[in-house]
Write a protein that binds this ligand. Structure first.
Ligand SMILES: N[C@@H](CCC(=O)N[C@@H](CS)C(=O)NCC(=O)O)C(=O)O
Length: 340
């Protein structure tokens, strides 16, 4: 054997070994061998992530975990849900207790750049709002000067609150708690005049009040809260899987592919549909999954719009309008890069 050829063979074998070793240590390989995805979710926010009496979790953020499980295992139930408070969520992800965080978490520069974490997308565009008792007689957040406001520690909510009152030269008293349950209970018991959190959270938390109709949400939205899934730095292949699971759900909606019609779609001649359902191309292989990865997601969990309507939209108690979370083709902000 020519010595250059032999050297090339050794080099190729070494590369293959390194490649293999990397694949073995990556999170996808660990999740596969564990047989389960470990997803960090909220401790119980209706519509986004909440367990029922039997311990079955539902919600928009929960569906993303189920979709990743479907893509990997062809089964949406191979997920262990770990409820995390706002304060503990980042440490739980950093320490490896969970494989990802899928829990109303705002993408901010400091979280993205100084915690060793990566945001994988924005599965819900939100903004912060206020709720007050109707009998307070206030119809605008600008009339809250001197008010006491209940909020939660370890959130962007606390920071925006301070900015808003300072910018509008209004005094206020902050009453902050460690959990959302404590916060909403304190508000209900009259410890504060107003309750503030992400608008999505206001809809959800209002349902916990004994008479939700005694309370109104004020019209002002005081911040940008792009909420999305988060992973640890250092495993780009895993980031790709989380990102493309969410993109697959959005692209499916854009292409009119639903849980109900996906089997019909396997016969489609539309090249974009063929690439998504896996009848053309090797897009799944490129992320370490089967080429039917996106088919599995839609078959088991549905497209983004289906998940939205069922969990937080018309099919839910929250009845949140699509608004900014409509697809870009319908005037909203939800936009996924193409599968090609
Ligand atoms: N999006 C904001 C707030 C998210 C947040 O944690 N909201 C509260 C209230 S809706 C929550 O989920 N609390 C659950 C808990 O820790 O008890 C952030 O990322 O800081």
């Amino acid at each position: 054997m020519n010595k250059f050829y032999a050297a090339a063979l050794v080099a190729a074998a070494t590369t293959a070994c390194i490649g293999g070793a990397q694949a073995q240590t990556g999170l996808l390989a660990q999740v596969k061998s564990r047989g389960q995805l470990v997803c960090g979710v909220g401790p119980g926010l209706a519509g986004f992530g909440i367990p029922d009496a039997q311990g079955n979790w539902t919600g928009l953020d929960v569906d993303l975990c189920r979709a990743i499980s479907a893509a990997i295992f062809n089964d949406p139930s191979k997920v262990k849900f770990v409820p995390l408070s706002s304060k503990d969520r980042f440490t739980a992800l950093q320490s490896g207790e969970v494989d990802l965080l899928s829990r109303n978490t705002t993408w901010t520069m400091s979280r993205d750049t100084s915690l060793g974490l990566n945001f994988a997308g924005v599965n819900y565009y939100d903004g912060q709002g206020f709720m007050v008792r109707k009998k307070l007689g206030v119809d605008s957040a600008l009339k809250l000067a001197g008010a006491s406001v209940c909020t939660q520690q370890g959130t962007t909510t606390e920071l925006n609150l301070a900015d808003y009152f300072r910018a509008n030269k209004m005094k206020y008293e902050v009453v902050a708690f460690a959990t959302s349950d404590e916060t909403i209970k304190a508000y209900e018991s009259g410890r504060c005049d107003a309750f503030t959190t992400d608008a999505s959270g206001l809809y959800a938390e209002r349902l916990k009040l004994s008479t939700p109709t005694d309370h109104i949400v004020l019209p002002e939205i005081i911040s940008k809260e792009p909420l999305g899934p988060v992973v640890r730095h250092g495993d780009d292949a895993w980031l790709d899987i989380v990102k493309w699971t969410y993109f697959a759900m959005l692209n499916a909606e854009e292409l009119g592919i639903t849980k109900a019609n996906i089997d019909e779609m396997l016969k489609s001649e539309n090249p974009e549909i063929k690439r998504l359902v896996g009848t053309e191309g090797k897009f799944g292989e490129a992320i370490g999954l089967g080429n039917d990865w996106a088919y599995r997601i839609v078959k088991h969990v549905g497209n983004y719009g289906e998940s939205f309507e069922k969990n937080v939209g018309e099919g839910s108690l929250l009845k949140i309008a699509r608004g900014q979370n409509a697809l870009w083709t319908k005037g909203g902000l939800q936009y996924a890069p193409p599968i090609r």
